[in-house]
Design a protein around this ligand. Sequence first.
Ligand SMILES: C[S@@+](CC[C@H](N)C(=O)[O-])C[C@H]1O[C@@H](n2cnc3c(N)ncnc32)[C@H](O)[C@@H]1O
Length: 236
Amino acid sequence: MNKLKSDEVKDFYENWDVSKYPDYLKLLMEFEENLIFKIISKDDFFKSLFDNRKNTKILDCGCGFGSFYDLTRDFDTIYLDFSLNLLKKFKIEKNKICANIEKLPFKDGIFDSVLCINVLEHVDFKKAISEVKRVLKTDGNAYFIVVNSDSIINDEIFVEWKIPHNLISKSDFNGIESEDFKIEYINSFYFLHPFFKVFPKLILKRIIDLFFKNDEKISKILKFKGQFLICRMVKK
Ligand SMILES: C[S@@+](CC[C@H](N)C(=O)[O-])C[C@H]1O[C@@H](n2cnc3c(N)ncnc32)[C@H](O)[C@@H]1O
């Protein structure tokens, strides 16, 4: 992404205030977060890291204000974002770094795992992925989550951000796969149709609960058509 666009993204996130969003939008964002939390915490590679959690180095790359802190708090985790304002809002004191994913300030091969959640849409996809790969150890795994360009859901809330924002597809991940960086797992999730937003908060909450419980089943039927994609890649 060129410098002008990158400045626009930075400005947007420096002023990002989710607390001002309407209730239904907070519910949808929470729904997405809960799904991500469930999928990653049940994932075999992630579960295998728990045995030696204190010595396992994780990078939450583009951590924002720390929505996924509870997923990584037991590990030796570094939280990185290029918005100083969001890092300030993140409640922890230590292990926060302000930097750009396209030029990570780390030596090669030091992380067991990298989480990169809803960040690749704003950056140079190839550059960012090659940096994530560089800082991973051999056999280390990265989790990428993006807004899916092949989605049949297409909720404008996730699709039409007011800042440079490229949707990404399964074929984009296939395109960057190489001998030493392989896709281990790829799937889509989040099948709540935008229509349901018309319901009052309490009813919407119940509908979301139903979709939460059935997300895995729906994703088996509507393969790769959900609002978001999750891709886990291993460095060989
Ligand atoms: C949609 S938010 C996601 C935040 C967090 N991962 C989450 O899921 O709650 C996108 C994040 O990416 C960060 N970001 C965007 N471009 C970045 C870059 N070039 N380097 C590092 N962080 C970046 C933003 O500051 C923002 O915190």
